[in-house]
Design a protein around this ligand. Sequence first.
Ligand SMILES: [Zn+2]
Length: 256
Amino acid sequence: MNRVKKSHIFCLFITLNFICINITFAEPNSTVSKGREYYEKRGEIVWEVPSANKQIALTFDDGPDSIKTPKILDLLKQYEAKATFFVVGNRAEKLPDIVKRAQQEGHEIGNHSYSHPAFSRSSIKGMKSELDRTQEIIYKATGHKATLYRPPGGSYNESVVNICKQNELLMILWSWDQDTKDWASPGVGRIVNKVIQNVHDGDIILMHDYVHKSSQTVEALAKILPELKRRGYSFVTVSELLTNKEESDNHIKATK
Ligand SMILES: [Zn+2]
């Protein structure tokens, strides 16, 4: 009898735990409730743009930085490469000339929030204000509003996806094998190897033009650009990568 009771209590404990776990995953404002496949199929979030063309998109987050961003822009110019800068509003408003220079040199400016909070834990009102303030700053600097958004830390949920849609922003993450983790200053060689050894057509590569007290990204980029160019890759903005893919898909359909 005692045994039966114990096993009932155990079953109840397991059931309650299961319910709790499911409630945690179902809660809209906590962790990611739907997987990559769901959002990728719906075209609501982009991780990479697999294509037959040897094109990749370099992306730089968290800037601008008064010293490193201009150095990155110089390197990009030297190798005829275009990139996308996901700027943080409170840095961009202090350095609008650098944002303007990037845009004038053919690079794309994306929105990366105003103060870099974890969006999946922010209120709807808070998220909207972060997006709007940064859009205004980008518009003031360049005359254009961003069409791409990257959430700080890549953290998103259903609410973040919805607020992006309402604000005509496409959410861009990055290829899972192209997270250089340059923000942690792992060493120039490691950043270079991560990119070179994993490169695929249509990759979106994650780097940072603002990393506190580190210039490893700049040094790594000086090695990555000539090596990938030697292998026949060209460097385009994220929007160009998406448009080129669409055009090549349409061309394939038309010739079938
Ligand atoms: Zn960031």
